[in-house]
Design a protein around this ligand. Structure first.
Ligand SMILES: Nc1ncnc2c1ncn2[C@@H]1O[C@H](COP(=O)(O)OP(=O)(O)OP(=O)(O)O)[C@@H](O)[C@H]1O
Length: 294
């Protein structure tokens, strides 16, 4: 049985200029111990699909699917109370802006201990000991002292390590990493990716890596889903995707990599890719409105 199973997921937002379809019939599966990369350019609905799984979309979103289960449990028909027990414990997510994802008003120690209090019911001393252990596991130096720091006192890379420590605090079965290295210095990006992959292997978690970076896909994924304008264009194991991509969009993504440049100028995706979908389908996905959502 797959850990996460999604069939025909559609997410639409109610906006001032009508309904906007951000995710258009996406299906995917993730198994235990598997790393699935979801790749696609900005706005292709990668984050929105996973926020739908987490139940973290605003009220303006309408989520429908033929199936959305976690470990056999129906996520479409789950009570708010049951979802709160699951999210942050069995399914955890880390985001691309680590500093903004932490609460600036509380110490990082309070924030990690809060997760341990709510989900693991540990007493104060056990929470502190576990928090120190987790900070050590993600490579934060002087963990006991760092627990007393606020997010603004730490670098972006350190904050992402804190976010990862919080995400793995309750030994989740599935970790969703939404562009976890995009906001970080290049020198730190590799360290954070290595840390995530090490933890994934050690804990046997399923990992969904959302990225627009084909280099990250190549380094991390077992299987890849390619998304474009809310639709799944292709799904393949990582080797097949790089060696024999099927969809023209995947071919365009690969051809736009600097390593594949032939002339003195890199081609853009729009030069390389013509939307393969029937006109009816592609116009169903309207250009996002500029005005704020309702
Ligand atoms: N609350 C919202 N109301 C209206 N439209 C939204 C809302 N949230 C996201 N969208 C739109 O949904 C589309 C998909 O967004 P999403 O964040 O999933 O893209 P993405 O593929 O993850 O790209 P990125 O890497 O830039 O985050 C975008 O066009 C975005 O503007």
């Amino acid at each position: 049985m797959a850990l996460l199973e999604i069939e025909n997921l559609v997410v639409e937002f109610q906006t001032a200029s009508g309904m906007f379809r951000a995710v258009d019939g996406v299906s995917l599966k993730v198994h235990e111990r598997e790393v699935l990369a979801i790749v696609g350019e900005s706005g292709s609905g990668k984050s929105v699909s996973m926020l739908a799984v987490m139940g973290l979309l605003p009220w303006t979103a309408k989520v429908t699917a033929d199936k959305m289960t976690f470990n056999g449990r129906d996520l479409l028909d789950i009570s708010d109370a049951d979802r709160r027990k699951l999210i942050g414990k069995d399914i955890a997510m880390i985001f691309q802006e680590p500093v903004a994802s932490l609460n600036p008003c509380f110490t990082v120690g309070f924030q990690i201990e809060e997760v341990l209090r709510v989900h693991m019911k540990l007493d104060k001393a056990a929470r502190r000991a576990r928090a120190i252990e987790l900070f050590k596991a993600v490579g934060i130096p002087d963990p006991a002292e760092r627990l007393g720091h606020y997010p603004h006192q730490m670098s972006g890379g350190q904050c992402q390590r804190v976010m990862i420590a919080i995400a793995i605090a309750c030994n989740p079965k599935l970790l969703i990493a939404d562009e976890p290295t995009t906001a970080l210095d290049v020198t730190i990006q590799k360290q954070i990716l290595d840390l995530l992959m090490g933890l994934q292997a050690e804990h046997g978690m399923g990992l969904i890596m959302i990225t627009h970076n084909m280099g990250v896909v190549a380094e991390t994924a077992d299987r890849v889903v390619v998304q474009y304008k809310g639709r799944k264009m292709e799904e393949a194991d990582v080797l097949s995707l790089f060696e024999s991509p099927k969809s023209n969009y995947t071919k365009a993504l690969l051809a736009a990599l600097p390593d594949n440049a032939t002339g003195d100028r890199l081609p853009t995706i729009t030069e390389l890719f013509v939307d393969e979908r029937p006109a009816e389908a592609s116009t169903a996905v309207k250009t996002p409105p500029l005005e704020a959502p309702l």
